[in-house]
Design a protein. Sequence first.
Length: 310
Amino acid sequence: MAEGTAPRGLICFGECMIELARAPGSGDWRMGFAGDTANVAIYAARAGVDVAYLSALGADPYSEEMRDFLTGEGVDCRLVLTHPARVPGLYAIRTDARGERSFTYWREQSAARDVFALPEAPAALAEAGRARMLYLSGITLSLFDDAGRAQVAALAETVRAGGGAVVFDGNYRPRGWADAAAARAAFAAIAPHVSIALPTFEDEAALYGDADPLDSAERWHDAGARLVAVKMGDAGALLSVAGEPPRLVPCPERKAARDTTGAGDSFNAAFLAALLVGADPETAVRAGHRLAGAVVMHPGAIIPLEAMPQ
C-alpha cells in the first residue's frame, strides 16, 4: 500500500489536560482544556479532517467535561479510554509582556500516563495502527517509561508498514524529562519511523545544540523523514523535502503576539490538514502560518471559532 492510502484519517496520540490561564485584564483564572496533541486534533477537526484522539481520561466530572469538549469540536473520542482510578493532568500558564509563556504542571496521576495498562488498550492501538496519519510529539513520549515508549514506537512502525504517515513534533520541554540525554534517546528511537517531522528550531537548538535550522532538517532527513518543516516563529519556516533544495517560507506578516500558547500546534494542524487534501508542502506551510498568526493574537491554546482564519 502506498504511503497515505491507509483507511483512517488523522489520529493524534497524547494527553489532553485541564488548562488554567489568567483571564485578560484581571487576576481571575480561566479553566479550559488543551494539550499539544489535543490542540492539533481540535484545529485539524475545525479544518474538516476526520480526526480521532488516542488517550485516557478518568471517570471524574472533569474528564467527562473534557470528552464533551473534544467531541463538541468534532474530535472522535472512541479511542479515549477510561481509567477507573486516575484523573486528567493539569497545567497553569503564565504569559509575559511579549506573549511568551511558561508552564507549571501537575501530571503525576494523569490517566494518559497509564493508558497501556488498560484492558481496552490493545484494541485501541490496533485501530490506531490503521491511521492514514499518526501524530505524535515529544510530550507524548515523555508520558511513558521505556516500555511505554517502545509501544509508541511499535505503533508508529505499524502505521508506516500499513502505508500511513507518522508525524512527529519534538516539542521539547525539559521539565518532562530526567535530562536532555533521556529525551535525545527517546527521539532517536522514534525517528526511524517518522515520515514527516515538524520541529521547532528553538527546541532543536536547546536539545541538540543546532546552530542553523538546516542542521535540524538534515538530522531528521538522515533518520528517514521525507518531509521536514522547521518552525522558526515569526521568521517563518524552513521547508525541506527529500531530494529538493530546502527553502525558507516566510510568515505573511509579523505580529506582536498576545499569547504564543498553541502556535506551533495550530501550525502543525493546518499544515497536515492541507497535505491531507492534496496541497503541496509549501502551500501547507503557508496554511500553517496563517492559522498560527491568528492563534497568537488570542489568549490560550484554542481560539474562538469566529476568530479562525478562512
